[in-house]
Ligand binder design. Structure first.
Ligand SMILES: Nc1nc2c(ncn2[C@@H]2O[C@H](COP(=O)(O)OP(=O)(O)O)[C@@H](O)[C@H]2O)c(=O)[nH]1
Ligand SMILES: [Mg+2]
Length: 217
């Protein structure tokens, strides 16, 4: 559920990048930070300690332009993937409006992906999110590496979940924007059905998608 701050005339949408350790969640946010115009994008804030790339979480705040009086803020978070940091994962996932599950395409990571996805489903339940209605995109990252699952294998495994699947090389940036557009679109549809964003707040899907550079005609 989006945070609707009537006093401040502001709506805050929370999107969480979830997945196993080192799958590329922070790299997705770094690339989005580079893509989005500095006027609309804050700094990528990371709390890190030496030897543990993401001890706590990253946050990237983004402002979208709207036609109405309400301002629209989108907060992107990453969770720490390490098994030990489940409490942080739960706290970050709480009140999420949409989730990008970043999986590592390498064959040897299949088990970690599966465990992390199960952890996402369990934690969603624990923080009171309806997992089956939660807007969710599954991104298979690190497509540039050798010994990765083929797109056919991934589609066969993940197709039955009915979740959109995207492919990326976050290091280079390929597929990062497409993944983000997919989750923005799904999240908008879900929130519009609940809060009537278009009619009550004059916030349309294009306001969200316009955050990103538009393809040249
Ligand atoms: N080869 C390759 N490396 C990647 C890709 N995405 C991220 N990485 C690297 O994988 C490591 C972990 O990435 P990071 O974003 O910190 O993972 P996180 O733990 O999910 O936040 C870093 O060294 C990244 O540079 C990718 O698509 N391809
Ligand atoms: Mg990270």
């Amino acid at each position: 559920m989006a945070e609707i701050l009537t006093d401040e005339k502001k709506i805050v949408i929370k999107i969480v990048y979830y997945g196993p350790a080192l799958s590329g969640k922070t790299t997705n946010l770094m690339h989005l930070h580079d893509l989005i115009h500095p006027r609309q994008c804050g700094d990528l804030m990371s709390l890190e300690t030496r030897g543990d790339r993401t001890l706590f979480f990253d946050l990237l705040p983004i402002l979208a332009r709207t036609d109405g009086e309400y301002r629209l803020k989108i907060k992107l978070f990453t969770v720490p993937g390490q098994v030990a940091h489940d409490a942080t994962r739960k706290a970050v996932l709480s009140r999420a409006d949409g989730v990008v599950f970043v999986a590592d395409s390498q064959m040897m990571q299949a088990m970690n992906n599966a465990q992390s996805f199960e952890n996402l489903e369990n934690n969603a339940g624990r923080v009171g999110l309806d997992f089956h209605r939660l807007p969710l995109v599954v991104q298979f990252n690190k497509r540039d590496l050798p010994k990765i699952l083929s797109e056919a294998e991934i589609t066969e495994r993940w197709g039955p979940t009915q979740r959109p699947v995207t492919f990326s090389n976050a290091l280079k940036g390929t597929g990062v924007q497409a993944t983000f557009e997919t989750i923005l679109s799904a999240t908008y549809d879900h929130l519009d059905a609940i809060h009537d964003l278009a009619r009550s707040y004059r916030i349309v899907k294009e306001n969200l998608l316009a955050i990103l550079p538009q393809p040249s005609p």
